[in-house]
Write a protein that binds this ligand. Sequence first.
Ligand code: ADE
Length: 234
Amino acid sequence: MSIHIAAKVGEIAETVLLPGDPKRAKWIAENYLENAFCYTDIRGMLGFTGTYKGKKISIQGTGMGIPSISIYITELMKDYGVKNLIRVGSAGSYQKDIKVRDIVIAMSASTDSNINNRRFKGANFSPTANFELFTKVLKVTEEKNIKIKAGNILTSDEFYNDDSNYYKKWADFGVLAVEMETAGLYTLASKYKAKALSILTISDSLVSPEITSAEEREKTFSEMIELALETAIR
Ligand code: ADE
């Protein structure tokens, strides 16, 4: 086991889906995987391995924010040899034409976190999606006729910002949506020579407040999971 993950070496697949919410990890495992078992529940941050269409896949909760996801993905790559990491999360829209329930794929992730600033001594690293996984997900969306938007997103350190206009500068520069983990994921995947991709569903909007039912949100969430799993087995 590693410090934060209780699995034995070999119990975690080379390809891992990463929801922020550990209960979502359980839900995905119960609804999509065959012969799934829970390999860790340290701090309630659940992880499962099973098979999807015959291929071994794991699902690991990451918690919220760069510090939390960094702990789990570092151990997944360093201690368990994970090679493909697909985040399945939610984001807030920064653009009028990106609506609640839309799916956004992060080609790159800008950030207001200071972690890379320190790491690269004030120079700017560009956290970028893996091209191979990005190409694969696009193929799946074409085959299944799933509409997506793709582009730059913001990975923010703050969910609640003091300045309600904070999003405007990012929006003016074409940033599609805000979440709290992808820049950390893409940076560390680069460090450990692994492949990473973030697939996000829009859960809220900073530009045009909308309300959706729990049923609608679940339908979009399922579409995103199917997209991620089909990409994972290619
Ligand atoms: N994740 C989902 N919605 C978000 C928002 N508005 N800000 C940051 N992270 C989010």
